[in-house]
Design a protein around this ligand. Structure first.
Ligand SMILES: [Zn+2]
Length: 265
């Protein structure tokens, strides 16, 4: 009997540990935990770029975009990466899904490695630097914050911030507000999914809509009080929770800021 309970306890602890690690590393669901454990083999190095199929032109385009992305992220957070970011290019969409757990992403960060979907590498236009900047934000936070802090960071904040840093402010904030007022919107809870996972599916939103709305709210925070927003980022990097960083940086509670945003259009 005692052995039975110990086995159950071990399974429960192992499951919690796996989910916790997935949450801490910026994953959006439990299936990411499985993808995360996959060994990264079969990639060949070309500078900071690792390819399953060697392609010097693609490696150069990615290297250029990565340098640009690193510059933007380091400037925004007023800090430096302690490790040079590495980009992994799986050869097929199936291989990309092996590491990123879903096909509808353009990139992801797994165990400190930045993976990019093959389609995007074949079209190294402006979208590649934007994607690498978005993922580099996740990478920097992964490098600088504790696992606990990452695990309790709400998804809307990390994705909205990554979108804001990579794409700049949204121009159609009021269109997003109208969409949310109509009932198809997220709500910016202060705590992340270690306590309550709240990603796109929780609000019945597509990935693209959730990202756009989170981007809109973060743009509002930055526009409302630019100096206060810089302060929010610094406090968050210093280890404060999102709730406390927003509260102290802007002087207001997240929920009050949310109501102000919705009422302002
Ligand atoms: Zn992201």
């Amino acid at each position: 009997m005692r052995r039975f309970f110990l086995t159950i306890l071990a399974v429960v602890i192992a499951t919690i540990a796996l989910l916790f690690t997935a949450a801490a590393l910026g994953s959006v669901s439990a299936r990411h935990a499985v993808a995360m454990l996959r060994p990264v083999t079969g990639f060949q190095q070309n500078g900071p770029v690792f390819q399953e199929v060697l392609d010097a032109t693609a490696a150069m385009a990615v290297d250029r975009a990565l340098t640009q992305a690193i510059g933007v992220v380091e400037d925004t957070f007023d800090t430096e990466f302690t490790r040079n970011p590495e980009v992994y290019l799986p050869a097929t969409l199936d291989r990309f899904k092996d590491f990123c757990a879903r096909r509808d992403l353009l990139g992801c960060v797994v165990r400190g490695r930045l993976f990019v979907t093959p389609d995007l590498v074949r079209q190294p236009d402006t979208r590649l630097p934007v994607l690498l900047t978005h993922e580099a934000v996740h990478l920097l936070l992964l490098e600088q914050l504790s696992l606990m802090q990452l695990a309790v960071t709400p998804v809307w904040f990390s994705e909205g911030l990554a979108e804001y840093v990579s794409k700049g402010p949204v121009v159609d904030e009021c269109a997003i507000v109208a969409e949310i007022r109509d009932g198809a919107g997220f709500f910016p809870n202060d705590t992340g999914w270690l306590l309550a996972f709240e990603g796109p599916e929780s609000f019945g939103l597509s990935l693209a809509t959730f990202y756009r709305q989170a981007h809109g709210f973060v743009s509002f925070l930055a526009r409302r009080d630019p100096a206060g927003f810089v302060d929010v980022l610094q406090k968050y990097l210093d280890g404060q929770s999102v709730k406390s960083a927003i509260n102290q940086g802007t002087g207001a509670l997240t929920e009050a800021l949310w109501r102000e945003w919705l009422a302002g259009c």
